[in-house]
Unconditional design. Structure first.
Ligand code: NAP
Length: 309
């Protein structure tokens, strides 16, 4: 059991978590990173990151593989197991993963401090058959799946930067792009909207919400409804959903969260439980970007090191 005690357990191997690991191992702490899926976090679906200082042309995968290798080479242990529960047991927090079975120590880890860096997942539209149609015309990642829709009509849903970037990307691939947004103003950057307006194959479908997925075995259309309750069917082969994200924080039931589910913490990344810190997109904050995730990771690890004394 002794070998499973860590100074710091980081939950999540995205930019925030891996940066935290780098800072904690460099402070000579024994560090384990637990990741449920693939290391790298949400940015690995971004083909070209334009706003990460010093690396103007890097892809999400290349950047995150490099950060992952850096953390490993410095001495962080990284394991793939989904965390199901964290229990505060005073000096130690026990971190229970999916591999845990009662009566065995498998899948249970002890840590003096925990850094939560679980990020967020895509918000769904909430329409009937959405899950069944995922991969059959519904996608949450234009740069991953856009290539399947060469010269075919598609819809993008959302009005933030993700939707705007997706629509721009798809305008060069698909025959037609309907940009469906529930308001007539965009949350995303005006320069992206201006660029989209120059694209002949992009049609703005504003003040409209998706109400029904059309198609039995694969997507054949999207029914939308406007503010006057008029319905219209867009004939499309693909629907790219970009309506924001939800924080992956459900399992942390004892932590204070805001109404959106984000774990409450200030710039020092301290949660309401001693020895538990939060970093990156799942923290309450104004700007969720790679650089702020990375900044959080550094701060959370440094605070954890101070806590360890
Ligand atoms: P977001 O900014 O939260 O935008 C989500 C959009 O989806 C909003 O326009 C929202 O409409 C709409 N929406 C939410 N729920 C909906 C629903 N149930 N039905 C229909 N529409 C719904 O999310 P995001 O675009 O994913 O961006 C997240 C963060 O990443 C932002 O800070 C963004 O700037 C950043 N980002 C940056 C880049 C970059 O390269 N710089 C790229 C992508 C994203 P309302 O506007 O009406 O609320």
């Amino acid at each position: 059991m002794q070998d499973k005690i860590y100074d710091v357990i980081v939950i999540g191997a995205g930019m925030a978590g891996l940066t935290a690991a780098i800072y904690a191992v460099r402070a000579n702490k024994k560090v384990l990173v637990l990741e449920g899926k693939t290391h790298g976090g949400q940015i690995i679906t971004t083909f070209h990151i334009a706003n990460y200082p010093g690396l103007p042309k890097v892809s999400g995968v290349d950047l995150m593989n490099s950060v992952y290798n850096q953390a490993k080479e410095l001495g962080a242990e990284i394991e793939y197991a989904e965390v199901m529960k964290v229990k505060d047991e005073g000096e130690f927090k026990s971190v229970i993963t999916e591999d845990f079975e009662d009566g065995s120590d498998e899948g249970k880890y002890l840590a003096r401090t925990v850094i939560i860096a679980t990020g967020s997942s895509e918000r769904k539209l909430g329409l009937e058959n959405e899950e069944k149609m995922t991969g059959r015309g519904i996608s949450y990642c234009a740069t991953c799946d856009g290539g399947f829709y060469k010269d075919k009509p598609v819809a993008v849903v959302g009005g933030g930067n993700t939707a705007l970037y997706d629509a721009l990307y798809l305008a060069d691939v698909a025959s037609k792009v309907y940009l469906v947004h529930r308001r007539n103003e965009f949350r995303g950057d005006a320069f992206l909207v201006d660029k989209l307006k120059t694209k002949e194959n992009v049609e703005f479908v504003l003040e409209s919400v998706p109400v029904k997925l059309i198609g039995e075995k694969k997507i054949e259309g999207l029914e939308v409804e406007n503010l006057s309750h008029e319905k219209r069917t867009l004939t499309v082969d693909g629907i790219f959903v970009a309506v924001g994200r939800v924080p992956a924080t459900e399992i942390f039931t004892k932590l204070k969260k805001d109404e959106g589910g984000y774990i409450e913490a200030g710039e020092d990344c301290h949660t309401n439980i001693d020895g538990v810190f939060v970093a990156g997109d799942c923290r309450t904050k104004n700007l969720r970007q790679l650089v702020t995730a990375s900044g959080d990771g550094a701060v959370a690890a440094t605070e954890a090191v101070h806590y360890l004394g």
